[in-house]
Design a protein around this ligand. Sequence first.
Ligand SMILES: *Cc1c(COP(=O)(O)O)cnc(C)c1O
Length: 360
Amino acid sequence: MERVYNFSAGPSMLPESVLVKAQKELVQYGNSGMSVMEMSHRSSHFEEIIDATEKLLREVMKIPDNYKVLFLQGGASSQFSMIPMNLLTKSKKADYVVTGEFAKKAYKEALRYGTINKVASSEDAGFNYIPELDPAKFDKDADYFYITTNNTIYGTRFTELPDTGNVPLVADMSSNILAEAYDISKFGLIYAGAQKNMGPAGLTVVIIREDLISDTLEMTPTMFSYKTHADAGSMYNTPPTYSIYICKLVLEWLKDLGGISEMEKINIEKAQILYDYLDASAMFKGTTVQKDRSIMNIPFVCPSEELNAKFIKEAAANGFVNLKGHRSVGGMRASIYNAMPTEGLSKLVEFMKKFEIENR
Ligand SMILES: *Cc1c(COP(=O)(O)O)cnc(C)c1O
């Protein structure tokens, strides 16, 4: 069987060259005589791996020196509670923008820990747009301001960051980290589950400005304190060693390709191939407001449930898999993260054109 074009929302495609390299090194890594999976996290071999991963991440994302990079577990979802536990320490207030299912979960979790202000939400229209933000609604002494830069399920993204002044901007970047260039100094904290653009599941990366690492709410478990992990260089306990190693290979691949700004150009081109077709097609339609369209996750629908189902089935039979949309949106969703080649989009559109003609 050939490798398919995998449009999964996550875990998702990895660059084939990364998998081939991992395969070569699977049984014996370098001169260690063992697999990375078998290594002590405190061995010199693994120390080299985690140090190189952090160095590469700092390089490609241009992370300033006054930020710490933490390699954690627990998925992006653990951050929904870890963030308020660590950051709601002064006014105990925070501003949240609710632009999707994950933002809503984060907002709900934060409600348990302080006074949470919902600045804006797009739930009224099924999260198909990014709401205008009224700075008059921002709380000037909030401990932080929370956004989700890319909404994985609904296929929207912030094309402009809110100006939060001195209030630290916190971003869930799980589905567009390494895919779009950001000025890291505009954020207090960025986090991402690795399984969309960075590597396999199991690793969660947190990038946090050093001054935000301090006291936590009193009942915070040791494992949920950023300080625990920052002080221990992400080695308080066993980090997800193999996922970190694959992340290193992904970062090497990304750097060789020209880094994030080059990647972003390619991602915009890739997304445009599908959006252009959706805008022209009489059968397939995008579901999001045009100006807020994600370049990572593209939901779309046919005029009937029968056609959606037929399309998903026939697409899979032709090597375009995991196109079924999230249960809350229905229809289809093409997740086209960094590792999806441009050819995957042009071939998908070719297939959609054929399907449209055959089912007119
Ligand atoms: C996938 C995703 C999550 C959840 O990630 P887990 O690692 O499964 O907890 C949270 N936020 C966004 C934006 C995501 O895309």
